[in-house]
Design a protein around this ligand. Sequence first.
Ligand code: COA
Length: 535
Amino acid sequence: MDQIVSHIQIDSDEFLENRKQYLELLDKHHDILSRVMRGGPSHAIDKHRARGKLLARERIDMLVDPHTPFLELNTLAAYGQHHDGFPSAGIVTGIGVIHGREAVIIANDATVKGGTYIKETIRKHIRAQEIAMQNHLPCVYMVDSGGVFLPEQARVFPDKDDFGRIFYNQARLSAMGCPQISIVMGSCTAGGAYVPAMSDETIIVKNQGTIFIGGPPLVKAATGEEVTPEELGGADVHTSKSGVADHLAENDQHAITICRSIFETLQPTERQPLERLPAEEPAYRPEELYGIIHSNPKKQTNPYEIIARLVDGSRFHEFKARYATTLVTGFAHIMGYPVGIIANNGVLFAESSLKGTHFIQLCNFRKIPILFLQNITGFMVGKAYENAGLARDGAKLVHAVANANVPKITVITGGSFGAGNYAMAGRAFDPHFLFMWPNSRIAVMGGEQAANVLAQVKIDQLKAAGKEVNTEEIEKMRAGIRAKYEEESSAWYSSSRLWDDGIIEPLQTRQVVAMAISVSLNKKFEEPRSGVYRM
Ligand code: COA
Protein backbone atom coordinates (compact mmCIF):
# COMPACT_ATOMS: atom_id res chain seq x y z
CA MET A 1 0.00 0.00 0.00
CA ASP A 2 1.19 3.51 -0.77
CA GLN A 3 1.80 6.06 1.91
CA ILE A 4 -0.35 9.19 1.68
CA VAL A 5 1.72 12.30 1.02
CA SER A 6 0.64 15.17 3.26
CA HIS A 7 0.60 18.72 1.92
CA ILE A 8 0.02 20.45 5.24
CA GLN A 9 2.26 23.31 6.32
CA ILE A 10 2.41 23.12 10.06
CA ASP A 11 3.75 26.65 10.42
CA SER A 12 1.11 28.33 8.26
CA ASP A 13 -1.21 30.94 9.81
CA GLU A 14 -4.20 28.81 8.93
CA PHE A 15 -2.78 25.72 10.67
CA LEU A 16 -1.88 27.69 13.79
CA GLU A 17 -5.28 29.40 13.96
CA ASN A 18 -7.15 26.09 13.49
CA ARG A 19 -5.02 24.51 16.20
CA LYS A 20 -5.59 27.36 18.64
CA GLN A 21 -9.35 27.17 18.16
CA TYR A 22 -9.43 23.38 18.45
CA LEU A 23 -7.48 23.40 21.69
CA GLU A 24 -9.94 25.96 23.11
CA LEU A 25 -12.80 23.70 22.08
CA LEU A 26 -11.12 20.74 23.79
CA ASP A 27 -10.62 22.77 26.98
CA LYS A 28 -14.34 23.45 27.04
CA HIS A 29 -15.09 19.78 26.37
CA HIS A 30 -12.74 18.58 29.14
CA ASP A 31 -14.34 21.02 31.55
CA ILE A 32 -17.82 19.65 30.76
CA LEU A 33 -16.58 16.05 31.03
CA SER A 34 -14.89 16.52 34.40
CA ARG A 35 -18.00 18.18 35.86
CA VAL A 36 -20.24 15.40 34.56
CA MET A 37 -17.95 12.56 35.66
CA ARG A 38 -18.03 13.73 39.27
CA GLY A 39 -21.54 12.21 39.42
CA GLY A 40 -24.22 13.41 41.84
CA PRO A 41 -24.01 16.23 44.41
CA SER A 42 -21.27 16.02 47.06
CA HIS A 43 -23.73 15.28 49.89
CA ALA A 44 -25.01 12.25 47.94
CA ILE A 45 -21.44 11.07 47.27
CA ASP A 46 -20.55 11.42 50.99
CA LYS A 47 -23.66 9.45 51.98
CA HIS A 48 -22.84 6.76 49.43
CA ARG A 49 -19.27 6.39 50.68
CA ALA A 50 -20.34 6.45 54.33
CA ARG A 51 -22.34 3.30 53.53
CA GLY A 52 -19.08 1.60 52.49
CA LYS A 53 -20.06 1.63 48.82
CA LEU A 54 -17.81 2.31 45.85
CA LEU A 55 -18.82 4.85 43.19
CA ALA A 56 -20.09 3.50 39.85
CA ARG A 57 -16.86 4.16 37.91
CA GLU A 58 -14.75 2.73 40.76
CA ARG A 59 -16.82 -0.45 40.65
CA ILE A 60 -16.21 -0.76 36.92
CA ASP A 61 -12.46 -0.12 37.33
CA MET A 62 -12.33 -2.99 39.78
CA LEU A 63 -14.36 -5.32 37.56
CA VAL A 64 -12.33 -5.03 34.37
CA ASP A 65 -8.97 -6.70 33.82
CA PRO A 66 -6.03 -4.60 35.07
CA HIS A 67 -4.38 -2.37 32.44
CA THR A 68 -7.21 -2.82 29.94
CA PRO A 69 -9.17 0.18 28.64
CA PHE A 70 -12.85 0.71 29.40
CA LEU A 71 -14.72 2.20 26.44
CA GLU A 72 -17.25 4.40 28.20
CA LEU A 73 -20.30 5.25 26.11
CA ASN A 74 -22.64 8.25 26.22
CA THR A 75 -20.89 10.01 29.11
CA LEU A 76 -22.72 13.22 28.26
CA ALA A 77 -26.23 11.73 28.16
CA ALA A 78 -28.74 14.26 29.54
CA TYR A 79 -26.06 16.99 29.61
CA GLY A 80 -27.69 20.43 29.51
CA GLN A 81 -31.12 18.95 30.23
CA HIS A 82 -33.14 18.52 33.44
CA HIS A 83 -31.25 21.50 34.95
CA ASP A 84 -28.11 19.34 34.73
CA GLY A 85 -29.46 17.28 37.63
CA PHE A 86 -28.69 13.92 35.97
CA PRO A 87 -24.96 13.73 35.16
CA SER A 88 -24.39 10.92 32.61
CA ALA A 89 -28.15 10.30 33.01
CA GLY A 90 -27.34 8.57 36.31
CA ILE A 91 -25.87 5.48 34.69
CA VAL A 92 -22.42 4.48 33.41
CA THR A 93 -22.28 2.14 30.41
CA GLY A 94 -19.50 0.84 28.25
CA ILE A 95 -17.39 -2.08 27.13
CA GLY A 96 -14.61 -3.59 29.19
CA VAL A 97 -12.61 -6.80 29.28
CA ILE A 98 -13.44 -9.20 32.12
CA HIS A 99 -11.28 -12.27 32.45
CA GLY A 100 -10.20 -11.81 28.85
CA ARG A 101 -13.76 -11.51 27.54
CA GLU A 102 -15.24 -8.30 26.10
CA ALA A 103 -18.46 -7.45 27.93
CA VAL A 104 -21.04 -4.68 28.17
CA ILE A 105 -21.11 -3.15 31.65
CA ILE A 106 -24.10 -1.15 32.91
CA ALA A 107 -23.71 0.48 36.33
CA ASN A 108 -26.30 2.70 38.05
CA ASP A 109 -24.93 5.79 39.74
CA ALA A 110 -26.88 5.93 43.00
CA THR A 111 -25.49 9.39 43.80
CA VAL A 112 -27.70 10.77 41.02
CA LYS A 113 -31.27 10.85 42.37
CA GLY A 114 -30.94 7.40 43.89
CA GLY A 115 -29.91 5.91 40.51
CA THR A 116 -33.41 6.41 39.17
CA TYR A 117 -34.32 6.29 35.47
CA ILE A 118 -35.34 9.24 33.31
CA LYS A 119 -35.84 8.98 29.54
CA GLU A 120 -32.13 9.33 28.77
CA THR A 121 -31.18 6.72 31.41
CA ILE A 122 -33.44 4.22 29.72
CA ARG A 123 -32.20 5.07 26.23
CA LYS A 124 -28.63 4.65 27.45
CA HIS A 125 -29.33 1.33 29.17
CA ILE A 126 -31.16 0.02 26.09
CA ARG A 127 -28.46 1.26 23.72
CA ALA A 128 -25.84 -0.67 25.71
CA GLN A 129 -28.00 -3.80 25.44
CA GLU A 130 -28.38 -3.23 21.67
CA ILE A 131 -24.60 -3.16 21.41
CA ALA A 132 -24.49 -6.45 23.32
CA MET A 133 -26.98 -7.96 20.86
CA GLN A 134 -25.26 -6.69 17.74
CA ASN A 135 -21.86 -7.91 18.93
CA HIS A 136 -22.91 -10.96 20.92
CA LEU A 137 -21.48 -9.79 24.26
CA PRO A 138 -22.20 -10.79 27.86
CA CYS A 139 -23.74 -8.08 30.07
CA VAL A 140 -22.96 -7.21 33.67
CA TYR A 141 -25.51 -5.05 35.48
CA MET A 142 -24.16 -3.31 38.61
CA VAL A 143 -27.52 -2.47 40.10
CA ASP A 144 -28.09 0.35 42.57
CA SER A 145 -31.32 2.05 41.56
CA GLY A 146 -34.66 3.31 42.86
CA GLY A 147 -36.29 2.35 39.52
CA VAL A 148 -38.30 4.86 37.56
CA PHE A 149 -37.85 8.56 38.43
CA LEU A 150 -41.48 8.91 39.40
CA PRO A 151 -42.19 12.52 38.31
CA GLU A 152 -41.23 11.45 34.75
CA GLN A 153 -43.41 8.33 34.68
CA ALA A 154 -45.40 9.31 31.60
CA ARG A 155 -42.18 9.69 29.58
CA VAL A 156 -40.54 6.47 30.74
CA PHE A 157 -43.09 3.79 31.48
CA PRO A 158 -45.53 2.68 28.81
CA ASP A 159 -43.95 2.78 25.35
CA LYS A 160 -42.03 0.12 23.43
CA ASP A 161 -38.58 1.51 24.11
CA ASP A 162 -39.36 2.52 27.69
CA PHE A 163 -38.42 0.86 30.98
CA GLY A 164 -39.97 -2.53 30.19
CA ARG A 165 -37.73 -2.97 27.15
CA ILE A 166 -34.75 -3.48 29.47
CA PHE A 167 -36.20 -6.74 30.79
CA TYR A 168 -37.41 -7.87 27.37
CA ASN A 169 -33.87 -7.35 26.09
CA GLN A 170 -32.44 -9.38 28.97
CA ALA A 171 -34.67 -12.32 28.08
CA ARG A 172 -33.71 -12.05 24.40
CA LEU A 173 -30.01 -11.67 25.13
CA SER A 174 -30.05 -14.66 27.44
CA ALA A 175 -31.76 -16.73 24.75
CA MET A 176 -29.13 -15.59 22.21
CA GLY A 177 -26.44 -16.98 24.47
CA CYS A 178 -25.21 -13.63 25.79
CA PRO A 179 -24.77 -14.27 29.54
CA GLN A 180 -26.71 -11.83 31.79
CA ILE A 181 -25.10 -11.28 35.17
CA SER A 182 -26.31 -8.92 37.91
CA ILE A 183 -24.53 -7.63 40.96
CA VAL A 184 -27.04 -6.08 43.35
CA MET A 185 -25.11 -3.38 45.17
CA GLY A 186 -28.00 -1.25 46.37
CA SER A 187 -31.71 -1.13 45.86
CA CYS A 188 -33.64 -2.77 43.05
CA THR A 189 -37.18 -1.63 43.49
CA ALA A 190 -40.36 -2.34 41.53
CA GLY A 191 -39.57 -2.92 37.81
CA GLY A 192 -35.88 -2.62 38.71
CA ALA A 193 -36.22 -5.89 40.62
CA TYR A 194 -36.47 -7.62 37.28
CA VAL A 195 -32.89 -6.74 36.33
CA PRO A 196 -31.45 -9.30 38.80
CA ALA A 197 -34.50 -11.53 38.56
CA MET A 198 -34.10 -11.82 34.77
CA SER A 199 -30.36 -12.48 34.95
CA ASP A 200 -28.69 -15.85 34.34
CA GLU A 201 -26.72 -15.46 37.57
CA THR A 202 -27.08 -12.90 40.35
CA ILE A 203 -24.85 -11.73 43.18
CA ILE A 204 -26.15 -9.62 46.09
CA VAL A 205 -24.19 -7.64 48.67
CA LYS A 206 -24.97 -8.28 52.36
CA ASN A 207 -26.71 -5.46 54.30
CA GLN A 208 -26.61 -3.35 51.18
CA GLY A 209 -28.50 -4.94 48.30
CA THR A 210 -32.29 -5.27 48.32
CA ILE A 211 -34.67 -6.64 45.71
CA PHE A 212 -38.41 -6.18 45.94
CA ILE A 213 -41.34 -5.56 43.60
CA GLY A 214 -42.96 -3.25 46.18
CA GLY A 215 -40.89 -1.48 48.86
CA PRO A 216 -41.85 -1.27 52.57
CA PRO A 217 -43.90 1.97 52.18
CA LEU A 218 -45.94 0.42 49.35
CA VAL A 219 -46.48 -2.79 51.32
CA LYS A 220 -47.70 -0.79 54.34
CA ALA A 221 -50.07 1.23 52.18
CA ALA A 222 -51.35 -1.80 50.28
CA THR A 223 -51.73 -4.41 53.01
CA GLY A 224 -50.89 -2.71 56.29
CA GLU A 225 -47.97 -5.09 56.81
CA GLU A 226 -44.94 -3.47 58.48
CA VAL A 227 -41.61 -4.85 57.31
CA THR A 228 -38.00 -3.67 57.08
CA PRO A 229 -36.19 -3.64 53.71
CA GLU A 230 -33.87 -6.43 54.89
CA GLU A 231 -36.81 -8.64 55.94
CA LEU A 232 -38.65 -7.93 52.71
CA GLY A 233 -35.84 -8.51 50.23
CA GLY A 234 -32.34 -8.30 51.68
CA ALA A 235 -29.33 -10.38 50.69
CA ASP A 236 -29.89 -13.00 53.36
CA VAL A 237 -33.54 -13.52 52.35
CA HIS A 238 -32.77 -13.79 48.65
CA THR A 239 -29.81 -16.15 48.94
CA SER A 240 -31.32 -18.47 51.57
CA LYS A 241 -35.14 -18.24 51.33
CA SER A 242 -36.42 -16.89 48.01
CA GLY A 243 -33.57 -18.01 45.74
CA VAL A 244 -33.93 -14.77 43.71
CA ALA A 245 -30.15 -14.29 44.05
CA ASP A 246 -27.46 -16.95 43.79
CA HIS A 247 -24.38 -15.60 45.57
CA LEU A 248 -23.97 -13.67 48.84
CA ALA A 249 -21.15 -11.13 48.88
CA GLU A 250 -19.68 -9.41 51.94
CA ASN A 251 -19.16 -6.08 50.18
CA ASP A 252 -18.68 -4.44 46.74
CA GLN A 253 -15.15 -5.80 46.31
CA HIS A 254 -16.21 -9.35 47.17
CA ALA A 255 -19.19 -9.13 44.80
CA ILE A 256 -16.89 -8.07 41.97
CA THR A 257 -14.55 -10.98 42.70
CA ILE A 258 -17.51 -13.38 42.46
CA CYS A 259 -18.55 -11.81 39.15
CA ARG A 260 -15.04 -12.26 37.75
CA SER A 261 -15.18 -15.86 38.93
CA ILE A 262 -18.45 -16.35 36.99
CA PHE A 263 -16.64 -15.10 33.88
CA GLU A 264 -14.07 -17.86 34.39
CA THR A 265 -16.89 -20.35 33.79
CA LEU A 266 -18.02 -18.84 30.46
CA GLN A 267 -16.94 -20.66 27.35
CA PRO A 268 -15.36 -18.59 24.56
CA THR A 269 -17.55 -17.71 21.58
CA GLU A 270 -16.59 -18.34 17.99
CA ARG A 271 -15.04 -15.09 16.76
CA GLN A 272 -15.04 -13.79 13.20
CA PRO A 273 -11.56 -14.37 11.79
CA LEU A 274 -9.85 -11.16 10.66
CA GLU A 275 -6.16 -11.13 9.97
CA ARG A 276 -4.53 -8.60 12.30
CA LEU A 277 -1.09 -7.21 11.52
CA PRO A 278 1.23 -5.76 14.18
CA ALA A 279 -0.04 -2.28 15.04
CA GLU A 280 1.96 0.62 13.68
CA GLU A 281 1.81 4.37 14.35
CA PRO A 282 0.78 6.64 11.45
CA ALA A 283 3.72 8.18 9.59
CA TYR A 284 2.24 11.64 10.29
CA ARG A 285 1.62 12.83 13.83
CA PRO A 286 -2.07 12.54 14.87
CA GLU A 287 -1.62 15.75 16.96
CA GLU A 288 -1.47 17.62 13.66
CA LEU A 289 -5.18 16.94 13.21
CA TYR A 290 -5.87 19.94 15.44
CA GLY A 291 -4.31 22.28 12.91
CA ILE A 292 -5.90 20.45 9.96
CA ILE A 293 -9.57 20.44 10.98
CA HIS A 294 -10.87 23.79 9.78
CA SER A 295 -12.15 26.06 12.50
CA ASN A 296 -14.48 27.48 9.85
CA PRO A 297 -16.99 24.65 9.27
CA LYS A 298 -17.78 26.05 5.81
CA LYS A 299 -14.30 25.01 4.63
CA GLN A 300 -13.84 21.38 3.54
CA THR A 301 -11.22 19.54 5.59
CA ASN A 302 -9.13 17.33 3.31
CA PRO A 303 -10.01 13.70 4.17
CA TYR A 304 -6.60 12.40 2.99
CA GLU A 305 -4.93 14.52 5.68
CA ILE A 306 -7.25 12.96 8.29
CA ILE A 307 -6.76 9.39 7.03
CA ALA A 308 -2.98 9.90 6.99
CA ARG A 309 -3.14 10.56 10.75
CA LEU A 310 -5.52 7.71 11.62
CA VAL A 311 -4.17 4.69 9.79
CA ASP A 312 -1.11 2.53 10.35
CA GLY A 313 1.96 3.83 8.54
CA SER A 314 -0.36 6.39 6.84
CA ARG A 315 -0.70 3.72 4.14
CA PHE A 316 -3.86 3.71 2.05
CA HIS A 317 -4.81 1.49 -0.87
CA GLU A 318 -7.16 3.86 -2.61
CA PHE A 319 -10.02 2.54 -4.74
CA LYS A 320 -11.09 4.58 -7.82
CA ALA A 321 -8.86 7.50 -6.88
CA ARG A 322 -9.60 9.36 -10.12
CA TYR A 323 -13.36 8.79 -10.24
CA ALA A 324 -16.06 10.63 -8.25
CA THR A 325 -13.46 12.37 -6.13
CA THR A 326 -15.90 13.84 -3.60
CA LEU A 327 -16.08 10.41 -2.00
CA VAL A 328 -12.76 8.84 -0.97
CA THR A 329 -12.71 5.05 -0.66
CA GLY A 330 -9.91 2.64 0.13
CA PHE A 331 -8.36 0.03 2.40
CA ALA A 332 -6.00 0.57 5.33
CA HIS A 333 -5.17 -0.82 8.77
CA ILE A 334 -5.94 0.71 12.14
CA MET A 335 -3.87 -0.70 15.00
CA GLY A 336 -3.34 -3.74 12.82
CA TYR A 337 -7.02 -4.34 11.95
CA PRO A 338 -7.94 -4.19 8.25
CA VAL A 339 -10.59 -1.59 7.51
CA GLY A 340 -12.38 -0.19 4.46
CA ILE A 341 -12.65 3.59 4.70
CA ILE A 342 -15.34 5.75 3.12
CA ALA A 343 -14.72 9.46 3.63
CA ASN A 344 -16.40 12.57 2.28
CA ASN A 345 -14.53 15.14 0.25
CA GLY A 346 -17.46 17.35 -0.77
CA VAL A 347 -21.09 16.85 -1.74
CA LEU A 348 -22.37 13.50 -2.98
CA PHE A 349 -23.12 13.08 -6.70
CA ALA A 350 -24.72 10.14 -8.52
CA GLU A 351 -21.28 8.76 -9.41
CA SER A 352 -20.04 9.08 -5.81
CA SER A 353 -23.02 6.93 -4.79
CA LEU A 354 -22.10 4.30 -7.38
CA LYS A 355 -18.47 4.33 -6.23
CA GLY A 356 -19.53 3.98 -2.57
CA THR A 357 -21.91 1.14 -3.43
CA HIS A 358 -19.20 -0.73 -5.36
CA PHE A 359 -16.72 -0.26 -2.50
CA ILE A 360 -19.20 -1.52 0.13
CA GLN A 361 -19.66 -4.65 -1.98
CA LEU A 362 -15.89 -5.17 -1.94
CA CYS A 363 -15.89 -4.91 1.86
CA ASN A 364 -18.89 -7.26 2.10
CA PHE A 365 -17.26 -9.97 0.02
CA ARG A 366 -13.80 -9.53 1.59
CA LYS A 367 -15.40 -9.43 5.06
CA ILE A 368 -13.64 -6.22 6.07
CA PRO A 369 -15.30 -3.79 8.53
CA ILE A 370 -16.13 -0.34 7.18
CA LEU A 371 -15.17 2.96 8.77
CA PHE A 372 -17.30 5.90 7.63
CA LEU A 373 -15.60 9.25 8.14
CA GLN A 374 -18.61 11.47 7.86
CA ASN A 375 -18.29 15.11 6.85
CA ILE A 376 -21.14 15.74 4.50
CA THR A 377 -23.48 18.59 3.61
CA GLY A 378 -25.69 16.33 1.51
CA PHE A 379 -26.39 15.33 -2.08
CA MET A 380 -25.93 17.75 -5.00
CA VAL A 381 -29.18 19.50 -5.85
CA GLY A 382 -30.39 21.02 -9.12
CA LYS A 383 -32.35 20.23 -12.27
CA ALA A 384 -29.53 18.59 -14.21
CA TYR A 385 -28.75 16.20 -11.35
CA GLU A 386 -32.36 15.31 -10.55
CA ASN A 387 -33.11 14.78 -14.25
CA ALA A 388 -30.13 12.46 -14.52
CA GLY A 389 -31.55 10.28 -11.74
CA LEU A 390 -29.61 11.37 -8.65
CA ALA A 391 -32.24 9.85 -6.33
CA ARG A 392 -31.99 6.50 -8.09
CA ASP A 393 -28.21 6.28 -7.71
CA GLY A 394 -28.25 7.74 -4.21
CA ALA A 395 -30.70 4.99 -3.29
CA LYS A 396 -28.16 2.35 -4.33
CA LEU A 397 -25.69 3.70 -1.79
CA VAL A 398 -28.38 3.90 0.89
CA HIS A 399 -29.34 0.27 0.09
CA ALA A 400 -25.73 -0.87 0.28
CA VAL A 401 -25.14 0.89 3.59
CA ALA A 402 -28.33 -0.53 5.11
CA ASN A 403 -27.57 -4.09 3.99
CA ALA A 404 -23.81 -4.20 4.54
CA ASN A 405 -23.06 -7.52 6.22
CA VAL A 406 -19.85 -6.32 7.83
CA PRO A 407 -19.60 -4.08 10.92
CA LYS A 408 -20.00 -0.37 10.24
CA ILE A 409 -18.30 2.17 12.45
CA THR A 410 -19.16 5.81 11.88
CA VAL A 411 -17.12 8.75 13.08
CA ILE A 412 -18.56 12.19 12.35
CA THR A 413 -15.48 14.32 11.76
CA GLY A 414 -17.25 17.47 10.55
CA GLY A 415 -20.80 18.07 9.35
CA SER A 416 -23.57 15.50 9.17
CA PHE A 417 -26.45 17.02 7.25
CA GLY A 418 -29.54 15.84 5.42
CA ALA A 419 -29.64 12.67 3.37
CA GLY A 420 -25.83 12.62 3.50
CA ASN A 421 -26.20 11.46 7.09
CA TYR A 422 -28.17 8.43 5.89
CA ALA A 423 -25.88 7.56 2.98
CA MET A 424 -22.87 7.72 5.30
CA ALA A 425 -24.23 5.28 7.92
CA GLY A 426 -25.98 7.69 10.29
CA ARG A 427 -27.72 6.37 13.39
CA ALA A 428 -30.81 5.16 11.49
CA PHE A 429 -28.59 2.80 9.49
CA ASP A 430 -27.57 0.82 12.55
CA PRO A 431 -23.81 1.26 12.54
CA HIS A 432 -22.23 -0.89 15.26
CA PHE A 433 -20.90 2.32 16.78
CA LEU A 434 -21.30 6.00 15.99
CA PHE A 435 -18.98 8.58 17.54
CA MET A 436 -18.63 12.31 17.07
CA TRP A 437 -15.62 14.57 17.22
CA PRO A 438 -16.18 17.61 19.45
CA ASN A 439 -16.15 19.97 16.46
CA SER A 440 -18.78 18.02 14.55
CA ARG A 441 -22.29 19.20 13.82
CA ILE A 442 -25.47 17.31 13.01
CA ALA A 443 -28.78 18.61 11.66
CA VAL A 444 -31.22 18.15 8.83
CA MET A 445 -29.46 21.09 7.14
CA GLY A 446 -27.19 23.99 8.10
CA GLY A 447 -28.68 26.92 10.04
CA GLU A 448 -28.10 29.34 7.19
CA GLN A 449 -29.86 27.07 4.68
CA ALA A 450 -32.78 26.43 7.04
CA ALA A 451 -33.13 30.17 7.65
CA ASN A 452 -33.17 30.82 3.90
CA VAL A 453 -35.68 28.04 3.16
CA LEU A 454 -38.10 29.16 5.86
CA ALA A 455 -37.70 32.84 4.94
CA GLN A 456 -38.45 32.01 1.30
CA VAL A 457 -41.55 30.02 2.28
CA LYS A 458 -42.74 32.96 4.40
CA ILE A 459 -42.11 35.49 1.62
CA ASP A 460 -44.01 33.32 -0.88
CA GLN A 461 -46.93 33.00 1.57
CA LEU A 462 -47.11 36.75 2.11
CA LYS A 463 -46.93 37.47 -1.61
CA ALA A 464 -49.62 34.89 -2.40
CA ALA A 465 -51.87 36.56 0.18
CA GLY A 466 -51.15 39.96 -1.37
CA LYS A 467 -49.46 41.18 1.83
CA GLU A 468 -46.40 43.36 2.20
CA VAL A 469 -43.05 41.71 2.96
CA ASN A 470 -41.43 43.31 6.01
CA THR A 471 -37.68 42.80 5.50
CA GLU A 472 -36.88 43.56 9.13
CA GLU A 473 -39.33 40.89 10.35
CA ILE A 474 -37.93 38.37 7.89
CA GLU A 475 -34.38 39.13 9.03
CA LYS A 476 -35.41 38.62 12.67
CA MET A 477 -36.94 35.29 11.75
CA ARG A 478 -33.75 34.25 9.96
CA ALA A 479 -31.60 35.15 12.97
CA GLY A 480 -33.85 33.14 15.31
CA ILE A 481 -33.61 30.04 13.12
CA ARG A 482 -29.83 30.38 12.76
CA ALA A 483 -29.40 30.60 16.55
CA LYS A 484 -31.68 27.61 17.15
CA TYR A 485 -29.82 25.50 14.60
CA GLU A 486 -26.48 26.60 16.01
CA GLU A 487 -27.41 25.28 19.46
CA GLU A 488 -29.23 22.16 18.32
CA SER A 489 -26.55 20.91 15.96
CA SER A 490 -23.61 20.79 18.39
CA ALA A 491 -21.96 17.50 19.35
CA TRP A 492 -22.93 18.12 23.00
CA TYR A 493 -26.59 18.56 22.07
CA SER A 494 -26.47 15.32 20.07
CA SER A 495 -24.69 13.32 22.75
CA SER A 496 -27.07 14.54 25.43
CA ARG A 497 -29.92 12.99 23.44
CA LEU A 498 -28.04 9.79 22.57
CA TRP A 499 -28.00 10.41 18.82
CA ASP A 500 -24.45 9.01 19.05
CA ASP A 501 -22.47 6.65 21.28
CA GLY A 502 -20.28 9.43 22.62
CA ILE A 503 -17.93 12.25 21.76
CA ILE A 504 -14.38 11.09 21.15
CA GLU A 505 -11.36 13.26 20.57
CA PRO A 506 -9.46 13.00 17.29
CA LEU A 507 -6.44 11.58 19.15
CA GLN A 508 -8.54 8.82 20.72
CA THR A 509 -10.00 7.75 17.40
CA ARG A 510 -7.45 5.09 16.45
CA GLN A 511 -7.81 3.28 19.74
CA VAL A 512 -11.61 3.59 19.85
CA VAL A 513 -12.04 2.32 16.27
CA ALA A 514 -9.67 -0.59 16.97
CA MET A 515 -11.65 -1.51 20.09
CA ALA A 516 -14.91 -1.24 18.15
CA ILE A 517 -13.58 -3.60 15.47
CA SER A 518 -12.30 -6.05 18.07
CA VAL A 519 -15.70 -6.01 19.82
CA SER A 520 -17.52 -6.58 16.53
CA LEU A 521 -15.55 -9.79 15.94
CA ASN A 522 -17.45 -11.50 18.79
CA LYS A 523 -20.18 -12.22 16.26
CA LYS A 524 -19.53 -13.95 12.94
CA PHE A 525 -20.31 -11.74 9.95
CA GLU A 526 -23.21 -12.76 7.76
CA GLU A 527 -22.95 -13.64 4.09
CA PRO A 528 -23.15 -10.74 1.58
CA ARG A 529 -26.63 -9.78 0.45
CA SER A 530 -28.29 -6.84 -1.25
CA GLY A 531 -31.75 -5.61 -2.08
CA VAL A 532 -32.93 -4.65 -5.56
CA TYR A 533 -30.76 -1.90 -7.02
CA ARG A 534 -32.74 0.35 -9.35
CA MET A 535 -30.74 0.57 -12.56
N1 COA B 1 -38.43 8.85 41.87
C1 COA B 1 -38.04 10.13 42.01
N2 COA B 1 -37.08 10.52 42.85
C2 COA B 1 -36.53 9.58 43.62
C3 COA B 1 -36.92 8.24 43.56
C4 COA B 1 -37.92 7.89 42.64
N3 COA B 1 -38.30 6.62 42.43
N4 COA B 1 -36.18 7.53 44.42
C5 COA B 1 -35.33 8.40 45.00
N5 COA B 1 -35.55 9.65 44.51
C6 COA B 1 -34.81 10.87 44.83
C7 COA B 1 -35.04 11.38 46.23
O1 COA B 1 -36.18 12.20 46.26
C8 COA B 1 -33.77 12.15 46.48
O2 COA B 1 -33.84 13.38 45.78
P1 COA B 1 -33.14 14.71 46.36
O3 COA B 1 -31.67 14.43 46.41
O4 COA B 1 -33.49 15.77 45.37
O5 COA B 1 -33.73 14.93 47.72
C9 COA B 1 -32.71 11.32 45.77
O6 COA B 1 -33.43 10.55 44.80
C10 COA B 1 -31.97 10.38 46.68
O7 COA B 1 -32.92 9.64 47.43
P2 COA B 1 -32.68 9.27 48.98
O8 COA B 1 -33.88 8.54 49.45
O9 COA B 1 -32.26 10.48 49.74
O10 COA B 1 -31.40 8.34 48.85
P3 COA B 1 -31.10 6.93 49.50
O11 COA B 1 -29.81 6.52 48.89
O12 COA B 1 -31.18 6.96 50.95
O13 COA B 1 -32.25 5.96 48.96
C11 COA B 1 -33.60 4.80 47.35
C12 COA B 1 -32.36 5.68 47.59
C13 COA B 1 -33.75 4.64 45.84
C14 COA B 1 -33.40 3.46 48.01
C15 COA B 1 -34.87 5.44 47.99
O14 COA B 1 -34.93 6.81 47.62
C16 COA B 1 -36.15 4.79 47.55
O15 COA B 1 -36.54 3.78 48.08
N6 COA B 1 -36.85 5.39 46.56
C17 COA B 1 -38.15 4.92 46.12
C18 COA B 1 -37.97 3.73 45.21
C19 COA B 1 -39.28 3.28 44.60
O16 COA B 1 -40.25 3.02 45.28
N7 COA B 1 -39.30 3.22 43.28
C20 COA B 1 -40.42 2.76 42.55
C21 COA B 1 -40.22 3.25 41.15
S1 COA B 1 -40.82 2.13 39.96
